[in-house]
Design a protein around this ligand. Structure first.
Ligand SMILES: Cc1cc2ncn([C@H]3O[C@H](COP(=O)(O)O)[C@@H](O)[C@H]3O)c2cc1C
Ligand SMILES: O=C(O)c1cccnc1
Length: 338
């Protein structure tokens, strides 16, 4: 933290001074791509992904230590009856991740991805956003800093996921706070809210955004008021990845809301990020469009846990492998076009 000043000051400073892409690595990747044994452009988006890897790592495209980071937090807003599951499921799922029993475990095994789960003070839910701020500035900044640890062990592709009962309400409130519109446009079923639960969820999002409305123009302030611990940690992880030249794949509706806060603070803040998968959560595509992104996959999943990002990591790994491992026309003795 800063020796003086407010806890967010260091993050504001980081957000003002984000490193840009490496143009020499990008040019080198484009030159190599032109030599590979395929018609120009024939690998479509895989080629763009290889260039993106080069630009944001500053090296030839390679993925050797991909990591899925799952951040888990609990939310005071669950008191409003906005989700069909009890908040105790967050801790239970963290144990399930450790035991290898969750969907994300199996996708990581399938795609050979590392998995780290960060549980964030699960015994201390954040403030109920319909009545107070989720976090103090100090707590929010400390949690962002903790999230930055996700890249500390060394990774060259970071997939961002979350676990937190009630957090699709939080994500909807963040989106309404950032983009406006109506609560109905941003609220979806999450784990399966319907009927009265869905009505309470819409009401909670409306009430929260109305309560905090005079403080939402500053994205970090919006995050501490309407967000949660996993939201702050995901934002910190995305930011740390940028500083450490680690490209990022963002997961579903909730992870996208955390990322959106950084974009609101600096329009270039997500240039090192891809959206892995468009969730079945109805507002997700609109949220992705607000970021000017196109998701890699659309599989109708609506789970979170980093599952959509992890599946997309398989595509990113394949893009890097094609780029680095394919033969050139000269090496393979294949005739190029005249
Ligand atoms: C067993 C189970 C496993 C999950 N894995 C991810 N989520 C997902 O659902 C939660 C958000 O939905 P809502 O806002 O409706 O509570 C988050 O924990 C999210 O990661 C799960 C939810 C459950 C119940
Ligand atoms: O898209 C998501 O992130 C999502 C959707 C439903 C439940 N939890 C997360």
């Amino acid at each position: 933290m800063s020796a003086s000043g407010l806890p967010f000051d260091d993050f504001r400073e980081l957000l003002r001074n984000l490193p840009g892409p490496d143009s020499a690595a990008l040019v080198a990747a484009r030159e190599r791509d032109a030599q590979l044994t395929k018609p120009p452009g024939a690998l479509g988006r895989l080629e763009e992904i290889a260039f993106w890897l080069a630009a944001w790592t500053g090296r030839p495209p390679a993925v050797t230590r991909p990591l899925v980071a799952v951040f888990a937090g609990n939310h005071g807003v669950t008191r409003q009856g906005v989700t069909p599951y009890p908040p105790s499921v967050t801790q239970q799922m963290v144990e399930n991740f450790a035991a290898g029993g969750a969907a994300i475990n199996q996708i990581c095994v399938s795609h050979d991805l590392g998995l780290k789960v960060f549980d964030l003070a699960l015994d201390y839910p954040t403030g109920d956003i319909t009545e107070e701020a989720a976090l103090s500035e100090r707590d929010c900044a400390a949690t962002m800093a903790f999230g930055m640890e996700a890249v500390a062990g060394g990774t060259d592709l970071l997939c961002i996921g979350e676990m937190g009962i009630g957090n699709t309400t939080i994500a909807a409130a963040i989106n309404l706070g950032l983009y406006g519109g109506t609560a109905e446009e941003w609220v979806g079923p999450g784990t399966g809210s319907e009927g009265e639960v869905l009505k309470r969820k819409i009401a909670a999002v409306e009430k929260a955004v109305a309560l905090h409305r005079d403080h939402l123009s500053d994205p970090l302030e919006l995050m501490r008021r309407l967000g949660g611990r996993e939201i702050a940690a995901m934002a910190g992880a995305i930011l740390a990845a940028r500083m450490q030249k680690v490209p990022v794949i963002i997961d579903g509706y909730v992870a996208t809301a955390a990322a959106a806060i950084l974009k609101a603070a600096n329009p270039s803040a997500l240039d090192h990020c891809l959206i892995g998968h468009v969730s079945g959560e109805p507002g997700h595509m609109r949220a992705i469009e607000k970021l000017g992104k196109t998701p890699l996959l659309a599989l109708g999943m609506r789970l979170g846990e980093g599952t959509g990002a992890a599946l997309a990591a398989g595509i990113v790994k394949a893009a890097a492998a094609c780029h680095s491992g394919m033969a050139t026309f000269a090496q393979a003795g294949v005739s190029n076009k005249e």
